[in-house]
Design a protein around this ligand. Structure first.
Ligand SMILES: Cc1cc2nc3c(=O)[nH]c(=O)nc-3n(C[C@H](O)[C@H](O)[C@H](O)COP(=O)(O)O)c2cc1C
Length: 223
């Protein structure tokens, strides 16, 4: 199966809220499930794929969020801890970019869905942080505005090319209400990122961290 490369996927990904009535099956489903298993093992999470169940996106909240045709989603579940939101962001975005490479579209959703109607198992000590709508989009979505690069890092002087590439990928990362409330810095050659406030900024932090790592090939220190 031909897969889009991950750098292209970062550029091609936009939030999509309207989906076609087309099921996720076959090799696409299999590759998604393999990656979910890997993320769950590596991140100690309990992410679950829900297919063919529109209930969580049928109510007033989903309409308010202008969602339609959502019948597949990832439920992002894991053990309660201070780091859970960030961990979910970090691994959830790996699944978002894989979905894009497989020809699917997606949207992170923390507010405009019905949590109670999710077809998900949340064990004692666990929490469902949010979901990611998934499927074949009615459109590919549209590019949106970003803060300027200079607002998102505090490195002075000339930026190394590899750092610029990392920042470009960070600017393309989805954040809640497009708030982009993060700051990247360099400590020697090491990339650091911290959240600067805002709603769901822990999830955002993990998402942006993953984009930075993909684009620079370096490990990023967060917090
Ligand atoms: C943690 C998080 C939560 C989000 N929650 C919602 C939501 O409840 N409803 C919604 O319509 N979009 C939601 N979004 C999508 C953002 O609005 C979107 O990612 C942002 O505007 C940037 O646009 P882009 O994804 O097209 O780059 C969420 C995104 C993130 C990262």
């Amino acid at each position: 199966m031909e897969m889009m490369d991950i750098g292209k996927a970062i550029k091609a990904r936009h939030s999509v809220r309207q989906y076609l009535d087309k099921a996720i099956t076959g090799e696409v489903e299999m590759r998604l499930r393999q990656e979910i298993d890997r993320c769950n093992r590596e991140g100690g999470l309990n992410i679950q794929l829900v297919l063919g169940n529109a209930e969580a996106f049928s109510g007033i909240m989903a309409r308010y969020g202008r969602f339609s045709g959502v019948s597949n989603y990832l439920a992002l579940v894991g053990p309660r801890s201070k780091k859970l939101a960030e961990t979910v962001g970090y691994y959830g975005e790996q699944l978002v970019l894989l979905a894009q490479r497989l020809g699917l579209n997606s949207c992170w959703v923390a507010g405009t869905y019905s949590k109670k109607k999710c077809a998900v198992t949340v064990k004692a000590g666990e929490k469902m942080v949010c979901v990611i709508a998934l499927g074949f989009g009615a459109t590919a979505g549209v590019p949106r505005k970003s803060k300027d690069m200079a607002q998102l890092h505090d490195v002075s002087g000339n930026l190394p090319d590899w750092f610029k590439a990392g920042m470009e990928a960070a600017m393309l990362a989805p954040t809640a209400i497009n708030q982009q409330q993060f700051k990247v810095s360099l400590v020697g050659e090491e990339i650091h990122i911290k959240a600067t406030g805002g709603i769901h900024s822990g999830i955002d932090l993990g998402i942006v961290k993953y984009h930075l790592e993909v684009a620079t090939g370096r490990v990023v220190v967060s917090g």
